[in-house]
Design a protein around this ligand. Structure first.
Ligand code: NAD
Length: 531
């Protein structure tokens, strides 16, 4: 990797290569990743990989994977432990780079690097488990065992909103389990991707085991990587991103009989019942809806409120949302920063008229912040950054498009319901099923919600967002195919089970056939004991 200074007052530009067959490969065709808080800041120049680059990146790691799989799992895990240590050492600079490249507020950026550290801590010790089982045989002098084996060469494609935590959720367990990885980082954060890969190599990972190909999605490195499934060069794809692209990954894996991991979009509900602590619930709703400018897969899309407390919730939410400090992601005091890219901003701008057409009431009219219309609490560069104020729709019905479609920006809807039954029906009323939350003091309502909500993740009296490295993360329906990230559960995604039988009988023994049923004892007659 190289850097080149900029003459506009911004830090240097990072020039990143692909890493193919353990070698850094520069490219004559590059694209610029620009900071969303200062569009004149070229943070990274990254290769626009060709299909041939991606094919080579997928062909080469097969041999490296076999050697890596022969390294004992505790040895593989030691490298993960070293990676965790390097992440700790570089936490502040890496977090600041994350904020610069994709606009995550610095406090959250630190949290996302910490999540990668926690993931390393967890999987370092998991390398000493990766347990198989001993299983009793139905035949004598015979032993049965199960082993976890690596899947092989895994393609990884990730989104830009969690450019370090989510890749760590995939790459750490995939490598721990003895696979090799070909990674296409998000085109919104290629520099973060390159720095993360560099830490892996510094930790001692054999370079050929982790390949990195940069570029875009459609007609770019992402699409080419999916196509490598059809060329039988990949054994699995692990994807985090939109439902639309997730379906393409699923189709390619399905027709090649591969098992993908799909972590996709969400339209996450947050329910506030009449007995809830309203102040606590509104704080949770605010963080869920507007944290990271609404650009989390777990962001709240619909706040579902019992009609008895709707006036209170409405007033408090508008008051608090209007007071949120928006601005430069490196400012420690902001609530949220910019859109990650123009695409997300444009989609969010267009969503305003969709809500109005559907008959929703624009309670708080969020707008793009431009020079001259900055709100009082704004602390960014309106000319160079992609900022917007919060938008709240009221009188939203679950059949409206704004209630159904993921928005991925600072918008939330208020949906009025009458009691727990209607609340659960509304919460389950979208195609998605990623995260969910309920605010109530009623233990029976909590129990019903936990049992009846179809989402993969549920919070009681907490926000819809948040994850821990040792808890399963993932969703159902349009939010994913049921695979999970993190904790022991993700190991299923990156291993296949092998069973082995060892016969010590010295003669051919056949299960089911060589079993002699003992003659059943004579049945006593109990008829004299009962009427
Ligand atoms: P996206 O699907 O457009 O892009 C994600 C990745 O896929 C990027 O690397 C991109 O380059 C690549 N890509 C895009 N189009 C492609 C194509 N046609 N073929 C192959 N690759 C392609 O997603 P996005 O809009 O950038 O990211 C936001 C989405 O990601 C949201 O829907 C969000 O909910 C979801 N997300 C989900 C999770 C989760 O864990 N469930 C986490 C983060 C983000």
């Amino acid at each position: 990797m190289k850097t080149t200074p900029q003459d506009n007052g911004h830090p240097s530009t990072l020039i990143v290569p692909n890493v193919i067959d353990g070698q850094e490969r520069e490219s004559s065709h590059t694209y610029a990743s620009r900071s969303p808080s200062h569009r004149d800041d070229v943070v990274t120049l990254a290769p626009l990989s060709t299909k041939e680059d991606v094919r080579e990146a997928c062909q080469k790691p097969r041999a490296a994977q076999r050697a890596w799989a022969r390294t004992p799992a505790p040895g593989r895990a030691q490298i993960i432990g070293r990676l965790g240590q390097l992440l700790r050492e570089e936490k502040e600079s890496l977090s600041r780079f994350v904020s610069r490249e994709m606009g995550k507020p610095i406090r959250e950026a630190r949290g996302s690097v910490q999540e990668a550290i926690d993931t390393c801590d967890f999987f370092q010790s998991e390398g000493r488990r990766l347990y198989g089982q001993t299983v009793p045989s139905e035949l004598p002098n015979k032993e049965l065992f199960t082993y976890r084996r690596p899947v092989g060469v895994v393609g990884v494609i990730t989104a830009g909103n969690f450019p370090i935590a989510v890749p760590s959720w995939k790459i750490v367990p995939a490598l721990l389990c003895g696979n090799s990885v070909v990674w296409k980082p998000s085109d919104d954060a290629p520099g973060v991707g390159a720095l993360f890969a560099d830490l892996w190599y510094r930790a001692g990972l054999p370079r050929g085991v982790l390949s990195v190909v940069h570029g875009g999605g459609k007609d770019g490195a992402g699409q080419f990587l999916i196509e490598m499934t059809d060329e039988q060069l990949l054994d699995k794809i692990s994807f985090t991103g939109s439902t639309e692209v997730g379906r393409m990954v699923g189709e390619a894996c399905g027709r090649n009989l591969k098992r993908p991991s799909l972590e996709l979009g969400g339209k996450n509900p947050l329910v506030i019942l009449a007995d809830a602590d309203i102040e606590l619930a509104v704080d949770g709703a605010l963080w869920s809806s507007f944290g990271t400018a609404g650009q989390r897969c777990t962001s709240c899309g619909n706040i579902i409120v019992d009609r008895k407390v709707m006036p209170q919730v409405r007033d408090l939410l508008v008051k608090k949302a209007s007071a949120l400090k928006i601005g430069d992601p490196l400012d420690e005091s902001i609530a949220y920063g910019p859109f990650i890219n123009e695409r997300f901003l444009e989609r969010w701008v267009a969503q305003r008229s969709v809500g109005i057409e559907d008959g929703a009431n624009l309670l708080l009219d969020g707008k793009r912040i431009t020079p001259g219309n900055e709100p009082a609490n704004f602390a960014g560069n309106a000319e160079k950054g992609l900022y917007a104020t919060p938008r709240i729709f009221d009188h939203v019905k679950m059949n409206m498009r704004v209630a159904q479609e993921e928005c991925f920006g600072p918008t939330v809807n208020l949906v009025e319901v009458d009691g727990i039954d209607e609340a659960i029906e509304a919460a389950n009323g979208t195609q998605y099923g990623l995260s969910s939350a309920i605010y109530t003091r009623d233990a029976r309502a909590m129990l019903r919600f936990k049992e009846e909500i179809t989402a993969g993740m549920t919070s009681v009296n907490n926000s819809t967002t948040g994850a821990e490295a040792h808890l399963p993360f993932g969703g159902n329906g349009a939010s994913g195919n049921g695979t999970r990230e993190s904790g022991i559960w993700v190991i299923e995604a990156y291993t296949r089970w092998q069973c082995v039988n060892v016969d010590l009988a010295g003669k051919l023994q056949l299960a089911q056939m060589d079993l002699e049923d003992a003659a059943p004892p004579e049945k006593p007659d109990w008829s004299a004991l009962v009427r």
